[in-house]
Design a protein. Sequence first.
Length: 329
Amino acid sequence: MEVVSGVYRIPLPLPQDGLRAVNVYALVSDDDLVLIDSGWAVPGARDMLLAALDGLGRGPRDIRRFLITHVHRDHYTQAIDLRRDFGNRVTLGIGERVSLDLVRDTSRSQHDPQLAKLLAMGADGLAALLRARDDAAPGEDRRWVWQYPDDWFEPPETVSAAGRSLLVLPTPGHTSGHVVFHDEAAGLLFAGDHVLPEITPSIGFDGSTKGGALGDYLSSLARVRARPDALLLPAHGPVTDSVHRRIDELLDHHGVRLDQTHQAVAAGASTGLAVAAQLPWTRRGRRFDELDPDSQMLAVCETAAHLELLVVQGRVRVQRENGVLHFTA
């Protein structure tokens, strides 16, 4: 799908129910082909990507470089898969190094950071369920799946792609090392999962041990909001006409969410799990107990991020009892 001359959006399939597709963007000129993100290395995704490139008169060996917004599977793993066969160059933000180191550590479960957070939030039953599922799942060679990139962005920096100058901006929050690519001359922002037009990016699920995810995310939104407005080219959902407008909506959303979280604590919910159970989830306003276990994990991690920021703001106090964090207004 041509976005503007020389920029094409290629939706690729995802194997989960929550999101149907991830957008890969092809930047094309007469003598260059660069892809922003790569898709998830699942059956069918490679064939769809290569068919799309064939429609542009290009093949996999023509991909000079993958510019990756962040290290999640649906953005990173197909680039690594294609690199094995075709030698493409893959570049990732340096802030993702810690998460990549953790997931490559085969002495521990790849979800250990999230499970530890669930235990601290009083969700020990959910943590036990997910750990049992991880233990029963077929093993994968994580060092094979999660290989390191060829090089690292150290933003802010500028890269050239198919005749375009892209400013690489650090936008931690969704993950510790998330970056976006701003083509200011053309008025385009390749936003990854930082700014999504129809949903709010998950916060607090990052595999790194670093705290302050929501504070980082809100600061990153402000950083992008301070730049000239642009066409929003997101990783999920349609291209939309104003980054600024969507950022304003996201800032409003998290302001409301912080207030809802504070109100739940003031009403007596003392753990992250108890607070999450009081809040509506998804655009449909579903109850926590209506969510599947993976969505419940995301919900508790995101609640933890909001509670953490409320503590920083002085609106909530916290103390640890027997390994569980308890919050009071």
